[in-house]
Design a protein around this ligand. Structure first.
Ligand SMILES: CC(C)(COP(=O)(O)OP(=O)(O)OC[C@H]1O[C@@H](n2cnc3c(N)ncnc32)[C@H](O)[C@@H]1OP(=O)(O)O)[C@@H](O)C(=O)NCCC(=O)NCCS
Length: 352
């Protein structure tokens, strides 16, 4: 095992100040999520807090040793009657890892969140350091959320039985009913009213009502979902590129001289990801057509990838199972056990 030789002597943990912005951006660059062969990283410049401002509330602490920022932890409190905490990120400078800083920061969060029902976070499966950190501190793995990715490189045919359009104000009540019934048994889902749903869409940078779509027949809304260009909040990139991906990228780029091929980003290159969000449906074909429509929009916008996160019990899996499946996100939790096995996946939590 590699050991660092530093000694933590004067470490203080204090709230984030705006003057910390550039130090935290530097720290973020040094803290990819993953392992030696696969790791993802995020660029939040110019504002390191952009990732937090998509929530109603947020907290960010920094660990400082002799005036140098060596770690940070951020979280948000969610829920209405029952409060719970989403732990958004924890980073420790590589020169100061294995010195107990992350453990201290997490204990600080737990003290701050004493009244919360539970704390949860996602860890990308290859991130052995973080998985072992959370296990060590008494967190249990309760779910595996799957991330599916579609490379948008050519237009798809749409099912003509359905009309696909942006949601109108007068359709919001039906959309809310569809979402409430689709996610009714999902842990972490808060039932929407038309007002709360509009607030939810409009409070997230680069989402909003103008990016929410419905698929209908003459009478009814059969499917709905949003497209969130999360790259406007955080640009993600691979900082360690798996060998197979590198190889496939080389092959596709060669074949791309003769025909259209899926785009595979190189190490360090911005992924130009767009997330799908808040899906609900009562007709598989309508949802599949809505997904194809999203693919076509991405082609028009020049965005490379559409990413969808799903709970393993979500019916959407039956529609997108043909897409390459990239990541498994281990959901860790500490506190009270969830009431249900299946989870509503809050797409805001999945930006790296
Ligand atoms: C994960 C991370 C925050 C850990 O920070 P840290 O300050 O080194 O963690 P601690 O010193 O408190 O470690 C506590 C325990 O976690 C586990 N752990 C931490 N780093 C580990 C590693 N590289 N490999 C295996 N286990 C590790 C060990 O059980 C360790 O206890 P030990 O040192 O007594 O064996 C740090 O490696 C990091 O910043 N990584 C990059 C960013 C990241 O992945 N953040 C988490 C995203 S969910």
């Amino acid at each position: 095992m590699e050991t660092n030789t530093f000694k933590i002597v004067n470490m203080i943990i204090r709230p984030f100040k705006s003057e910390d912005n550039s130090s935290l951006l530097d720290l973020e660059k040094l803290c990819p999520h993953g392992n030696e062969s696969y790791a993802i990283n995020a660029d939040r410049s110019p504002d390191v807090t952009a990732r937090y401002k998509i929530y109603n509330n947020w907290n960010l602490l920094v660990a400082e040793e002799d005036g140098k920022i060596v770690g940070s932890v951020g979280w948000t409190v969610k829920g209405q009657d029952r409060k719970y905490v989403y732990l958004a990120e924890i980073n420790v400078h590589p020169d100061f890892q294995r010195g107990g800083i992350a453990s201290k920061l997490l204990r600080e969060v737990e003290e701050n969140a004493e009244d919360a029902d539970h704390i949860y976070c996602y860890v990308v499966e290859p991130n052995t350091a973080a998985r072992s950190l959370f296990k060590n501190l008494g967190y249990s793995k309760i779910r595996d959320v799957k991330a599916f990715i579609l490379s948008a490189y050519r237009k798809m045919d749409l099912d003509e039985r359905f009309k696909i359009k942006k949601v109108d104000e007068n359709e919001i009540p039906d959309v809310v009913n569809l979402l409430n019934s689709y996610h009714s048994n999902h842990e972490h889902f808060t039932h929407h009213s038309p007002e709360s749903f509009k607030h939810h869409l409009n409070s997230i940078l680069a989402y909003g009502m103008e990016n929410f779509w419905v698929a209908k027949d003459e009478n009814d809304i059969l499917a709905c979902a949003g497209l969130w260009d999360c790259s406007k909040v955080v640009e993600s990139y691979l900082s360690k590129e798996p060998f197979m991906l590198k190889l496939m990228g080389t092959v596709y780029r060669f074949l791309g001289k003769f025909r259209k091929t899926p785009y595979l980003a190189r190490k360090g290159e911005r992924l130009k990801l767009v997330f799908t969000a808040d899906h609900a449906f009562k007709n598989y074909d309508a949802m599949a057509s809505l997904t194809a429509h999203f693919n076509n929009l991405l082609v028009d916008w020049g965005r490379n990838y559409m990413m969808t996160h799903v709970d393993p019990d979500d019916d959407l899996l039956n529609i997108i199972k043909g897409w390459p499946h990239v990541d498994t996100l281990n959901m860790f939790s500490k506190g009270n056990k969830p009431d249900s096995d299946a989870f509503y996946v809050d797409v805001r939590d999945l930006i790296p």
